[in-house]
Design a protein around this ligand. Structure first.
Ligand code: NAD
Length: 326
């Protein structure tokens, strides 16, 4: 058996492929355009592993994706491919619309054509899993309950709007064409192979390189953090047992203000690799102008995934951030 992973050279997709191959015998065909965010080093340890094939292609390349589907006959397609950085979406939204919206549409059409031709038993067993974000729900006030699967979509950035559009396309391909889809909406991830433009890896690298640790605005924006390996285990579980057409929120009940995350990393680095001048790394914190339209708070209610599929994260924020800093 084989699965097709789109965007498998990115942060989460790379971790997912590693975990997938470590957990079982099924082969993985990994497709990725290798944008600035793609990193094949993630998969160095797989060299020589014949269960793994990498193909460089765009999510929207119907010819290549169609050929791969026809040749390898995967039982599932998991889509991680996206432009994923909010700041970049503010400065240049075009790529986000092209990859996240038009790309997802083209991928759905490639998969639908393949799925339509499968024998009845394989057709029934096939799954298309779309990986998405909690940012589609918009922002929460301090006292609001966390986002559940029934929250309305209120995306505020070009990134989250493009992801919301992709989620709607996936939903429509199920309701209109019967494609057996699953969607996961996850909170902020962190962990190995995270691209250094994101908060946690940037803070670690800047701290160790003696550079400023930039904090947007007052640093009181709240995010709900999940160790990337826990996100991967959730996706595996949803793929295995999720109900077709359903969406599942994924989160670790770890709401933290950005400033507290940065201070936690500074304390860990003070312990693991103290500065030569014996000052704390928190000395390097610098406040910078806030991001336009910056959502104030995200928080995920992951009880559906726990109740229906028995998934729970293995890491707390404290254990996961220590592993990441180490
Ligand atoms: P990432 O930016 O690290 O990786 C994205 C990957 O997609 C890269 O390897 C890139 O080369 C590839 N890609 C981009 N455009 C492509 C295209 N047109 N065709 C083929 N491949 C293309 O992102 P990530 O953090 O690994 O996120 C993966 C998915 O998970 C995204 O859909 C994102 O919206 C979602 N998500 C991310 C987080 C997070 O905290 N990082 C949280 C929830 C959901």
């Amino acid at each position: 058996m084989t699965i097709l992973v789109i965007g498998g050279a990115g942060f989460i997709g790379g971790n997912f492929v590693l975990d997938w191959l470590a957990a079982g015998d099924e082969a993985v065909i990994k497709v990725d355009k290798l944008t600035y965010a793609g990193n094949l080093d993630t998969l160095q340890s797989l060299q020589g592993d014949t269960r793994h094939l990498f193909v460089r292609a765009d999510i929207g390349d119907r010819e290549v994706i169609g050929q791969l589907l026809a040749e390898h006959k995967p039982r599932a397609v998991v889509n991680f491919a996206a432009e994923s950085h909010v700041d970049r979406s503010i400065h240049g939204p075009g790529d986000f619309i092209q990859t996240n919206v038009v790309g997802t549409f083209n991928l759905l059409e490639s998969v639908r054509a393949y799925w339509n031709e499968l024998p009845a038993d394989e057709k029934a067993a096939f799954r298309f899993l779309h990986v998405s974000t909690d940012e589609v729900y918009g922002t929460l006030a301090a006292n609001d309950p966390p986002f559940s699967e029934t929250n309305t979509y209120e995306p505020n950035s070009p990134y989250s709007a493009s992801k919301a559009a992709s989620d709607h396309l996936v939903r429509a391909w199920h309701h209109t064409y019967g494609l057996p889809v699953l969607t996961t909406n996850c909170s902020n991830n962190y962990g190995p192979y995270h691209f250094p433009e994101k908060l946690i890896p940037r803070v670690i690298l800047n701290a160790l390189n003696g550079k400023p640790l930039p904090i947007y605005g007052d640093g009181q924006q709240i995010r709900d953090w999940l160790y990337v390996k826990d996100h991967c285990s959730a996706i595996r579980r949803v793929l295995e047992a999720g109900t077709v057409g359903e969406t599942y929120n994924v989160g670790g009940w770890n709401e933290k203000a950005n400033l507290d995350v940065v201070k936690t990393i500074c304390s860990l680095l003070d312990e693991l690799q103290p500065r030569a001048d014996a000052q704390g790394y928190a000395e390097q914190i610098t406040y910078v102008t806030d991001r336009p339209g910056h959502d104030r708070r995200y928080a995920i209610d992951a009880r559906k995934l726990e109740r229906e599929l028995g998934w729970k994260p293995a890491e707390t924020f404290e254990s996961g951030i220590r592993k990441t800093a180490e």
